[in-house]
Ligand binder design. Structure first.
Ligand code: HEC
Ligand code: HEC
Ligand code: HEC
Ligand code: HEC
Length: 380
């Protein structure tokens, strides 16, 4: 009997160990990040941290080259976004891009062998050009979010043709009763971090202009209205924020008052800028590439694969744990300057147009003096 109990205990323990192996084992480490007693602390699993550190190592940079000498635009035929680089810098960046995006396929992922490098035959080259501008723009215009570490192709791609963490517009599952499905309680959805929350929190907030604010300031509703549905959408988005960065809600919020900006950490403001940046990336850069994408690169509704917080962060509070790869590739730091001769040309054209317009107005004025009243009545 005793032996039986022992055996039972042992096998139960073994099963429990098996079940728990999916969880992070204690001890957990807690770091206080705000006032004592406000729950403003971050909980880390040392084991998970080790994995994150291992996954966020940065590849060695290609040795720097001179920015002197002829510009790419003087030598090459079809350069729109990198023409201002020296030929040396241009070649170095092509090599780096190959390392970051298509290490297995090499230059041929974007260029057809035997054909001139200037041809835009492959869709991948056209997408890459948009990606270069998107990256330059992120560094130039979104310092409020990425300033410090900066962004390169590697931040998202990490040696993959398409970044590992992307999203497309969600499709409601079929619903037997014919009711409109609210897209929740769908099992095994990473987008809602496996919770029974809406499975596409991205479309409203990272593509459209949805504002994730629902909380009232009073205990009972007094004119403030927020639907359960939108509240659940916000919760789902917040689960993504936490999951993407590998942090607790209190990395950004004071859990005493989630809505209060005054009591939130500065990270929340940073996150807000990130939200606006991601929206611009998806609308102004990624969506337009959809015209060239093959069907296997599109979601079920035929849209392009888009950026969310996890595309860059990949589980780390700062992508690549804050390593600044941009310092080694300053050419991705800002958009190509508008060619000055083009600007001058445009100015000349504008001046001519203004002169013509002034002349036309003068002519019309002198003509209208001679016009009778009935003619001006007809115009109405
Ligand atoms: C991920 C896509 C991609 C890869 C891989 C790639 N390139 Fe490019 N390449 C481009 C894009 C985009 C342009 C156009 C840049 C612009 O518009 O300023 C370009 C332009 C060029 C040009 C200028 C051609 C001309 O006359 O306009 C040369 C030369 C070139 N690449 C060489 C290379 C070499 C060599 C490699 C491999 C080491 C390589 N590229 C790998 C995307 C790529
Ligand atoms: C913020 C994240 C992000 C950054 C930074 C980024 N990409 Fe992308 N890239 C994406 C996403 C999302 C897609 C899929 C959507 C698409 O193809 O438009 C993609 C797709 C691509 C593709 C198409 C690959 C295929 O097989 O379909 C190429 C080529 C590419 N990126 C090159 C680059 C280059 C070169 C850089 C750096 C100059 C870069 N990307 C920077 C997110 C990023
Ligand atoms: C990386 C920072 C960050 C993390 C982590 C985060 N949030 Fe948020 N949260 C924000 C930002 C930014 C907004 C405001 C977004 C907007 O204005 O569109 C917000 C909004 C909210 C709101 C709405 C407040 C209002 O005014 O109605 C609630 C509630 C909320 N978060 C709860 C949570 C919960 C719960 C978690 C953890 C699961 C969490 N947040 C994790 C940044 C974060
Ligand atoms: C294009 C890549 C990219 C995307 C997409 C992105 N981030 Fe970031 N984020 C960064 C970089 C780079 C930093 C580090 C900046 C620095 O060094 O100060 C950062 C830092 C942060 C920080 C500060 C963390 C800390 O503790 O210092 C927060 C919070 C944050 N991001 C939230 C978000 C949220 C939320 C989203 C999605 C809405 C998002 N990020 C999307 C690149 C990105």
């Amino acid at each position: 009997m005793k032996i039986f109990t022992m055996k039972l205990f042992a096998s139960t323990a073994a099963i429990a160990a098996l079940l728990l192996s999916g969880c992070d084992l204690p001890p957990q480490e807690t770091v206080q990040r705000g006032y004592r007693g406000t729950g403003m602390e971050a909980v880390y699993s040392p084991e998970a941290l080790e994995e994150i550190i291992a996954a966020n190592q940065v590849p060695a940079a290609i040795p720097a080259v001179s920015s002197e000498g002829p510009k790419a635009a003087d030598i090459y035929q079809n350069v729109e976004v990198l023409g201002h680089l020296s030929v040396g810098e241009f070649t170095r960046l092509m090599a780096a891009i190959t390392q970051w995006v298509s290490p297995d396929q090499g230059c041929n992922y974007c260029h057809v062998p035997g054909e001139g490098f200037e041809q835009d035959t492959l869709y991948t080259k056209k997408v890459a050009r948009v990606m270069i501008a998107m990256t330059q723009n992120a560094n130039q215009s979104w310092g409020a979010h990425v300033g410090g570490a900066g962004v390169t192709c590697y931040t998202c791609h990490r040696g993959n043709n398409v970044p590992e963490q992307v999203w497309t517009i969600g499709v409601p599952p079929r619903h037997a009763s014919g009711h409109v499905h609210q897209m929740q309680n769908v099992a095994h959805q990473e987008s809602s971090v496996f919770a029974s929350l809406p499975i596409d929190p991205f479309t409203p907030y990272l593509l459209e202009d949805g504002v994730a604010r629902d909380q009232g300031n009073t205990a009972l509703p007094q004119g403030h209205e927020a639907s359960i549905q939108s509240t659940e959408h916000i919760y789902s988005l917040m689960m993504h924020y936490s999951d993407a960065l590998g942090v607790n809600c209190t990395h950004c919020h004071n859990s005493r008052a989630f809505g209060s900006w005054e009591e939130s950490n500065s990270e929340r403001v940073k996150a807000w800028h990130g939200q606006q940046m991601v929206k611009q990336m998806n609308n102004e850069y990624i969506n337009p590439t959809n015209a060239w994408l093959p069907a296997y690169r599109q979601g079920p509704l035929g849209d392009a694969q888009k950026v969310n917080c996890a595309t860059c962060h990949q589980g780390a509070y700062q992508p690549l744990l804050g390593a600044n790869m941009l310092a080694d590739y300053p050419n991705l730091g800002s958009l190509a300057p508008a060619p000055t001769d083009l600007v001058e040309e445009a100015m000349d054209v504008m001046e001519e147009m203004v002169e013509d317009a002034v002349e036309a107005i003068e002519e019309m004025e002198s003509a209208s003096l001679e016009q009778d009243d009935s003619a001006s009545g007809e115009a109405h």
